[in-house]
Ligand binder design. Structure first.
Ligand SMILES: [Zn+2]
Ligand SMILES: [Zn+2]
Length: 504
């Protein structure tokens, strides 16, 4: 950092910048200052899962946002800021031009709106979104009312052998790439590869395989179809849970239409391979374009909306859901439905806990009153003596789920521990589970969530799915999980043998 930069940062942080600005052409100076912090600005536009390794301190971040604020208040337009970000992205050689242009144009209007309308300080914005050494790294805490009258904890052990076992197939993170090109470059200068448009294979550049590639690539359509076909045949499920992320990772090249095509295509194949099976979906962070962006209702009044996504998936999910559930899908992307007698499935829109959903900077307190509804729904299930399964995309308790949201969710799970018999998440692409403890002593386990593996590959995951055996389908069914089996295929062998084989 040059001495003049330090000087300017000091001027901003001490408030002297404003005095200076009066006597100086603000816009050119603002641009110059922004250029010093161009990587910070770009980091706002470029999602975290792109390979944009940018290291910065909280002070640098805050001063960059301060400069951006000044530039905007001095008259910079959305186009000025977008052009600046695109040019700097290209000049710094962070990404190819089409990535810089696509990402900034896609996210720019929203990011600038949120930045200009949020009540949070620059310190909190920097600390919350980037996890820097800021004073504030969390958004304001909040809670929802949770009724008392909790019954004595009851975690039924099913009678062995149970009179009936039902099978639930859990699919997650399918991320189908409809533009995948076999033989294209599997390693390229774009954030995701395996398309002819992003490079051709050659000496030292591995080629995209027929069934997929362990690289920054998603799976082709025929691999998705094969996965669904084999999953149907191997598991013969009674229920299917799909925990989100159906579009691919070309997040700079997406728009509402491209994402809906990926979602519709996947739903069509699901209908084809599971014709008479109830299918329960939930929305992943990649359902939206720009990625991670789920508008809070507090911004609807200014013309922002999620109806392009909520209305579209409501139409697609109408195959399996009644109108009473679709009303909630259109309202907030969540719903509850009882696909079989005695079991209620609650599908949560976990994108309102996503720590990179910038709309939470407008309102983070239970934005669509989803957790309030969650409590009411669990209360009704408790009163009716029903078992509940919860499906969602982003697991709670990890770095991707907002701290307060996770905490409130934990409190709700603890209150309704006797009613909740299964929690199913995705998003990490790995195969794991996590345990919820009581909120008094933090020593007694009260629930477990299962995080199932991805259908797509990325750099390190072979396509996979999971099947759960549950005690269900008889008069005293508890719907507790009896067993879980993960199936995966070896892509390297499959690409040589021209057939995918899913094994335990
Ligand atoms: Zn995913
Ligand atoms: Zn995800």
């Amino acid at each position: 950092m040059t001495p003049s930069t330090i000087c300017r940062i000091l001027l901003i942080t001490t408030g002297l910048w404003l005095n200076l600005a009066v006597a100086t052409p603000v816009v050119p100076l603002g641009r110059e200052l922004l250029a010093v912090h161009r990587e910070t600005i770009l980091r706002v536009f470029l999602p975290r899962d792109l390979r944009a390794a940018v290291s910065l301190s909280c002070l640098e971040c805050r001063s960059a946002l301060g400069a951006l604020s000044l530039w905007i208040s001095a008259g910079a337009t959305l186009e000025d800021v977008e052009n600046f970000a695109i040019n700097e992205c290209i000049t710094l050689n962070l990404f190819p031009g089409d990535v810089c242009f696509g990402m900034v144009k896609l996210a720019g209007p929203e990011v600038l709106y949120v930045f200009s309308n949020s009540d949070y300080s620059h310190d909190t914005m920097c600390g919350w979104m980037f996890g820097l050494d800021c004073v504030h790294t969390e958004l304001d805490p909040w809670t929802v009312e949770i009724p008392g009258g909790k019954p004595e904890p009851n975690h039924p052990e099913p009678v062995q052998p149970t009179p009936s076992v039902k099978k639930i197939l859990h699919l997650s993170d399918l991320h189908v790439d409809l533009l995948y090109d076999e033989g294209s470059a599997a390693v390229c200068d774009h954030p995701y590869c395996c398309r002819n448009a992003f490079g051709t294979a050659g000496p030292g550049v591995p080629a995209a395989g027929h069934w997929g590639t362990l690289a920054y690539c998603d799976i082709p359509l025929h691999t998705l179809e094969d996965l669904l076909s084999q999953a149907a045949e191997i598991t013969t499920p009674d229920l299917v849970y799909i925990t989100g992320d159906l579009p691919p990772h070309d997040v700079w090249a997406q728009n509402h239409a491209t994402n809906l095509i990926a979602i519709e295509t996947t739903m069509e194949l699901v209908r084809k391979h599971f014709p008479d099976v109830p299918v329960l979906n939930t929305l992943g962070n990649h359902a939206s374009a720009p990625v991670n962006s789920f508008v809070v209702p507090a911004a609807y009044g200014d013309g922002w909306s999620m109806s392009w996504l909520y209305d579209s998936v409501a139409d697609l999910w109408a195959e399996w859901l009644p109108e009473s559930a679709l009303v909630d899908v259109r309202r907030g992307g969540f719903y509850q439905y009882s696909p079989v007698s005695g079991l209620r499935v609650i599908s949560l829109n976990m994108n309102f806990c996503n720590t990179i959903n910038w709309w939470l900077l407008i309102r983070n307190e239970d934005p669509v009153e989803q957790l309030k509804w969650f409590v009411e729904t669990l209360g009704n299930a408790e009163a009716a003596g029903e078992a509940v399964h919860i499906i969602g995309h982003i697991p709670t308790g990890g770095g991707d789920c907002e701290h307060t949201w996770s905490h409130v969710f934990n409190q709700i799970v603890y209150r309704y521990e006797s009613t909740i018999r299964g929690i199913f998440f995705g998003h990490t692409h790995g195969d794991s589970w996590s345990v919820y403890y009581d909120m008094d002593t933090y020593t007694r386990p009260v629930a477990v969530s299962f995080i199932s593996p991805s259908g797509t590959t990325g750099t390190s995951h072979h396509p996979a799915f999971k099947v759960f055996e549950v005690d269900g389908g008889h008069e005293d069914a508890t719907w507790v999980i009896l067993d879980a089996t993960a199936y995966s295929t070896n892509l390297t062998e499959a690409n040589m043998e021209e057939a995918l084989q899913y094994i335990l």
